[in-house]
Design a protein around this ligand. Sequence first.
Ligand code: PSU
Ligand code: MN
Length: 301
Amino acid sequence: MNKYLDIAPEVQEALSAGRPVVALESTIISHGMPYPQNVQTALRVEQTIRDCGAVPATIAIIGGRLKAGLTPSEIEHLGRKGRDVAKASRRDLPVLVARGQDGATTVTTTMIIAAMAGIKVFATGGIGGVHRGAETTMDISADLEELARTPVMVVCAGAKSILDLGLTLEYLETKGVPVIGYGTDELPAFYTRRSGFKVDYRIDTPEELAAAFKAKLDMGLGGGMLVTNPIPEEYSMDPERINAAIEQALAEAAEKGIHGKETTPFLLARIKDITGGDSLASNIQLVLNNARLAAAAAACL
Ligand code: PSU
Ligand code: MN
């Protein structure tokens, strides 16, 4: 086993027995939501996965150790430290581990550590992608490269229109990543069920999600599969309102010269403030919805 990796006993037992396990990320805890809602949500997502008959494995770097499965006090620690915890992407792992530091794992590093631990399904809120204006900034999330190389099924609610959704889909096509719409032909835009962009395939059952991913693994194609699960209708937001908040957040980021790894956390925090917290309530619900689907798909696998 990887000498830098600690798999929680409960997670290890489930994996050894072939029972379903669902990985969860920690950047959503420390950089994606405010305290204490971040900790409450992380614990509630874990409970939802258990209620669906699977074992949750929240992933992070604690004191330089790669962790698959956190204790509630470790989740509390990451949530309290918030943005003081390093946001850890692939390029950050070597130095954080060598220095024995903490890191909050993005979609990228959660996929890496899940794959090391033998976990095949991962639930989150939204993925990173090609940022608007990437033709000049070259700001393209490492999440897309990771989906191209690491064999984990990622269940998300699509991507926010802080990104260029059309270019994000083009990038995933080039990299050979299947983009599945769960019960929809259209890519969901996180807070809303529709974006105007088509996904590659519509799949309506967890059984078929598992079958498609198993075929991908069996063929040795490499890389993951992106499952986009629309936010439940009752929690979806008014597109005009959310898009106005996104435009305002983008304009403020440009004015302040925000760039690099700060861009996404800045935009997420501003959108939450501009919408007066309504977007946070939607965000929490869509993560719970993704956790339920991921648990069902993991059980089928
Ligand atoms: N998008 C969201 N919520 C999030 C993130 C993205 O709607 O919490 C987080 C995830 O951890 C994702 C990361 O992997 O931001 C992407 O950051 P970047 O754009 O810097 O690659
Ligand atoms: Mn970036």
